[in-house]
Design a protein around this ligand. Sequence first.
Ligand SMILES: [Zn+2]
Ligand SMILES: [Zn+2]
Length: 195
Amino acid sequence: MKTLQKTTCPCCKKTKDKSKIQRTIQLFPFNGAFKATEQSWTDSFLQVTNNYKDLYQWACDTCLKDGSAILGKPAKQNYTFKSPMDTAAPFLAYFDKRYTCQQCKDKFVFTKSEQQYWFEGLQFVVYSKPIHCTTCRKEVRGMKKLNTELSNLLKDGPPKTVAALEQVAAIYKEMGATEKEKMYLALAKKKKRAR
Ligand SMILES: [Zn+2]
Ligand SMILES: [Zn+2]
C-alpha cells in the first residue's frame, strides 16, 4: 500500500503535509477498525481524510493557530462512531460554515463557537445542522411561543373576559392575522357593552 504524505485541510482547503496536521490528529479516534490495517495513527488519518473527505471535520495546525478553527472535544460530543464509514464521526475541529436559510433563503454563517455550543454545550447529535438563520430562528421560536399562549387562552373555547379577548386579539395582531384580530376585538367590545 502506498503511504500518503499529504491531505487537504477542509478549513483552508490547502494541501498539508503530515507535519502540519499534528494538533487535530491527536483527537482522531484511532480504534480497532484502524489498528487492524496495521498502519500508524498518522497514516490512518491521512488515508481516511483523503478517501472520505466529508467524514471528518478537522483543521490543519495553521488554521488552529491563526484562529480560523478551534479544536473540538470529542469526549463532550454526542456521536456514534463504529466504523470509518460512519457518517456521525466526531468533530475534531470547528470552523465557520455557510448554510442557506430554509425560510428567508439567505446565506448565513454557522460560526465555530456556535457549533461548539451546539455540539458540546447542548449535546446535539453531531450530524444536526441549523435550517434557519439566527433572525428566522428567533422568529420561529417567537411564533411557537405565541401559539402556546394562544392555545392556552383558547383551550376552553372563546375566552369569557374582556381582558382575555383583547389578549387573543393582540396575539393575532402580532401574528399578522388581521381578520382574527378584528373578530376578537369585536367580541371584546360586545362584552364591554354587555357589562
Ligand atoms: Zn487549514
Ligand atoms: Zn432566515
